[in-house]
Write a new protein. Structure first.
Length: 128
């Protein structure tokens, strides 16, 4: 096949990730499972997603995958910060209003249970 107007023969092959999953998706998974606030070094991320940093273009592939993953996670409320010369630091998205509401309800139920147990113990003391 020839590229339009160039006269040069070009092989056109549709892009497909080598392992079946895009590198940025793998990077997203690594970021999501990281300990909050921990540093994920370039080397750790590269090893986790299958990039050899010693090969030509390895760093660019890593930065591209991490950048795309970071942009997608930021849309969901996550913080992904590049630490120059080191790697990435990830902070998960803050809890949603629903999660906060559920936590408050759980605290109220726990307080009620504690009060009930306390009353039961007091009644047993009085009965003795």
């Amino acid at each position: 096949m020839r590229a339009a107007g160039t006269g040069w023969a070009v092989d056109v092959v549709p892009f497909a990730p080598e392992s079946g999953e895009a590198l940025w998706r793998k990077a997203s998974t690594v970021f999501r499972h990281a300990t909050p606030g921990a540093l994920i070094t370039y080397e750790e991320l590269a090893e986790s997603i299958g990039i050899d940093l010693t090969l030509e273009g390895g760093q660019q592939r890593l930065w591209s995958a991490a950048g795309t993953a970071a942009r997608n996670l930021r849309r969901e409320g996550w913080q992904v910060n590049a630490i120059r010369g080191q790697g990435y630091r990830v902070k998960p998205k803050p809890p949603t209003d629903d999660v906060i509401k559920q936590a408050r309800e759980a605290v109220i139920l726990l307080e009620r249970s504690i009060q009930e147990i306390s009353r039961t113990l007091d009644n047993r003391k009085d009965a003795q």
